[in-house]
Write a new protein. Structure first.
Length: 391
């Protein structure tokens, strides 16, 4: 550096109050303190030696210890393009901050308004889900198999035409509707989590919606994926359809992806939508490692390594919804699918947490749009990412 920093110094701001120049220290200032002017406020701080990477320019960093109006906060002097520095306030809170930091954990003391709203919504959803949980313990009823072998999801819609003989003849051309949708719940959950999503899909033309309950004692993602494959084969045989769509929440999305990539399920699954699924593994709640299936959801597990293998011929289209306030994804981006061989659309959801993903109406609308989209719209994983703000 061109000049050394002294423990006594004085900084002056320009007209805009955002740039600083180092001046000779006045003798009347107390030792070890630096005084600078920010608008109409005077702050004091302790100079911190700049890192060597900032040479040859002089950059100072200060910890603001007090404002003249009784507020507290923290700030740092950052370098500008012209080699000078600019103040960026990183924290400004009430005088009760030291007390809050002692009584509450740091993450709770610094909660933002958006996180508070998302947390309140998560608590409300959890309370409602606990009430509905008993209704989803038993498997849902299966309709009778189709004896004719023809697709049962054909709507008899057509045009009424006259024959000219005085009698009306109705000609109805069968129009294929959307494929069946299979809903797959997450860890220690059941089909009751999809009550709202199921209603939304049914109201918008999905005539065949089925849920699969796998046991909470399931200890292997591979075994659950094989069970899913048998369930889908039974659906295709019963409905006469060759493909289905899958919506998987959390662990359910990981089970469905393993079925598609590793068990040849891409011939049966047209579109796979995942909601808050740890595709790259999550490190949250280390104490849960005692459960084998939780260990398979950790980064570097054998199951996740299998999903990273090349899949050049996979035909299924993937749509992954991930939330920036998901408390169970660590890091948050682990809910995105990053694979060079897959057709992927990653959709970022802002403002809600993990439990709200299969419940929130805005997410349900995004799921319907993803299921109705044509395969031609899909692009490679690194080329497409959308956002959805719901709160």
């Amino acid at each position: 550096m061109g000049r050394s920093l002294r423990p006594m110094g004085r900084c002056r701001t320009g007209r805009k109050g955002s740039r600083y120049e180092v001046a000779a220290p006045p003798r009347r200032q107390p030792r070890g303190k630096v005084v600078r002017r920010i608008g109409d406020r005077t702050t004091t701080g302790t100079p911190v030696a700049p890192p060597a990477s900032h040479a040859p320019h002089v950059h100072l960093a200060f910890l603001v210890t007090g404002f003249s109006r009784g507020h507290t906060g923290a700030g740092v002097v950052l370098p500008c393009a012209d080699g000078r520095s600019a103040m960026k306030v990183t924290r400004a809170v009430s005088p009760l901050l030291p007390l809050c930091q002692r009584l509450l954990p740091g993450r709770i003391a610094g909660l933002s308004l958006a996180l508070l709203k998302a947390t309140a919504l998560e608590i409300a959803i959890l309370a409602g889900h606990l009430l509905l949980y008993p209704t989803g313990i038993t498997p849902e009823r299966r309709p009778a198999p189709n004896p004719s072998g023809t697709p049962t999801d054909l709507t008899d819609t057509g045009t009424r035409t006259g024959t000219g003989t005085g009698t009306g003849d109705t000609t109805r051309l069968p129009t294929p509707t959307k494929p069946p949708v299979v809903l797959l719940h997450g860890f220690i959950d059941n089909r009751s989590v999809f009550v709202m999503l199921r209603r939304s899909l049914a109201q918008h033309g999905r005539q065949q919606i089925e849920s699969l309950n796998y046991s909470p004692l399931t200890c292997d993602i591979r075994t659950a994926a094989e069970l899913l494959g048998r369930h889908i084969e039974e659906i295709c045989e019963r409905t006469g359809r060759h493909e289905v769509d899958i919506v998987g929440h959390s662990l359910g999305g990981l089970i469905a992806r393993y079925y598609v990539q590793c068990l040849g399920g891409d011939v049966r699954v047209r579109t796979l939508v995942t909601l808050g699924t740890p595709h790259s593994g999550t490190r949250v709640v280390p104490l849960m490692n005692a459960h084998p299936i939780v260990r398979q959801m950790r980064p570097g597990s054998g199951v996740l390594d299998e999903l990273c293998q090349p899949a050049p011929h996979c035909r299924t289209r993937f749509v992954s919804f991930w939330s920036d306030l998901d408390q169970l994804m660590d890091p948050l981006e682990t809910a995105c699918i990053e694979h060079p061989d897959l057709l992927v659309q990653n959709v970022r959801v802002s403002g809600i947490g993990h439990l709200a993903l299969p419940v929130h109406p805005a997410v349900a609308a995004g799921i319907r749009q993803a299921l109705d989209a044509e395969e031609a719209e899909a692009r490679p994983a690194a080329a497409r990412a959308d956002g959805l703000t719901v709160a």
